[in-house]
Design a binder for this molecule. Sequence first.
Ligand SMILES: [Zn+2]
Ligand SMILES: [Zn+2]
Length: 307
Amino acid sequence: MSLFRLTFLGTSAAQPTIHRNLSGIAVKADTDLLLFDCGEGSQRQMIRFGTGFSVDAVFFTHFHADHYLGIIGFIRTLGMGGRTAPLVLHGPPPAKRLLRQAVHLGVDALPFQLDIVELQHGAAVRRQGYTVGAIRVDHRVSALAYVLQEDDRPGRFNVERARALFVREGPDFGRLQRGESVTATTGQIVRPSDVLAAPRRGRRIVISGDTRPCPTVIAAARDADLLIHESTFSDEEQARAEETRHSTAREAGRVAREAGARRLILTHLSSRYDPDPSKLLEQAKEEYSGPVEVAHDGMTVELPLRE
Ligand SMILES: [Zn+2]
Ligand SMILES: [Zn+2]
């Protein structure tokens, strides 16, 4: 897998503002297109920011209205567009009950198969070249964070070393790179570990969803390439953050620091920080010394491969 690109479709908490739509992140993982949450208005954001509609799977963090009502209209648009490919919607319970109601609103039958899968803490959905893991977080309702974990890539192939060991050039080079042993022209067995460097770690992205600072997120974000953490409030509303089971920007910064995440992006901002979220950024920076940004609608992030 080479491409890992995220597009923020919406970055506002609870209600949309002039500049910010409700929650949604589109992730392009090579040919796969995933959605994480689908707040009202997400489909128009997908048009604005050019993500395309060929979504392969949707993952809901939880079922507060600002995170999922957009699926109703989006499904209808896909139906009108003549989609035939199946679509899978994932989420914590009660995904089945709520999404079934949502997607069957209306009178038209859908022309494609739609499956709803409930995920529990620890579940992992296997995709081509990566997995999407679900972890429980601490919100007012049953809620999940998601961990996108790319498979490790084999270490670099040392051509000089292979030649020095008299490996036949051509197919035998490929076999070694795929993890098979081969017999050299000398009759000696050459193992992959003789000619391959240590495996290269796959990239990891953690999407917190709505949550209080949470040990499961800290564990999952350890050394992650990117932590996307909700940041609904600033210090002034610490009590409100605790009461509503959300995080402040400072707390998001602390989670990133404790996890040793390589990069932090804050999203899910209360409308009072639109259009100026600088206070959130400052407070997160007081806790976390790595690169930190506040997401905006249309913001695109491409993660480089790990060396
Ligand atoms: Zn929310
Ligand atoms: Zn919520």
